[in-house]
Ligand binder design. Structure first.
Ligand SMILES: [Cu+2]
Length: 146
């Protein structure tokens, strides 16, 4: 019995630590970043842990964040923010999350949230992605693979 109580206590402690450690991650939506990249999320590649909250902030005008079709982990509902409004997503499943700013999709305004151990293989297969966005996504996936 004593062992059992100890086990439960340990599990509860681990859970509470997990809850406390869930991070709030902020992503800026910018016309131009410090490196001169235009129409960008900053950071563009967001590494998060399961349970973290990622918030996209309307730092500069004219942007929004939405999930990309077929580019969310199983069990995550698609979402779409409004222009000039912050939007948050709780990343409650491991995997890759493809994010775009719809008005600037053709300008390369995309982001990827990577949660836990991810497999970048085939993430872009069969997806219709404008050239500039595709190039940025390929770059991010290559970085993840390292
Ligand atoms: Cu935008």
């Amino acid at each position: 019995m004593k062992k059992f109580v100890l086990l439960i206590t340990t599990v509860l402690f681990a859970l509470s630590v997990n809850l406390l450690s869930a991070a709030e991650i902020e992503v800026k939506m910018l016309n131009k970043d410090a490196d001169g990249n235009t129409m960008v999320f900053e950071p563009m590649l967001i590494k998060a842990e399961k349970g973290d909250t990622v918030t996209f902030l309307p730092t500069e005008k004219g942007h929004m964040a939405a999930s990309m079709k077929g580019m969310l982990p199983e069990g995550i509902k698609k979402f779409k923010g409004k222009i000039n409004k912050a939007v948050s997503i709780v990343v409650s499943e491991d995997g890759l999350y493809g994010i775009k700013c719809t008005p600037h999709f053709a300008n390369g305004m995309v982001a990827i949230i990577a949660v836990g151990e991810v497999n970048a293989e085939g993430f872009l297969d069969g997806k219709k992605i404008p050239k500039k966005s595709k190039a940025r996504m390929e770059e991010m996936l290559a970085e993840l693979a390292n």
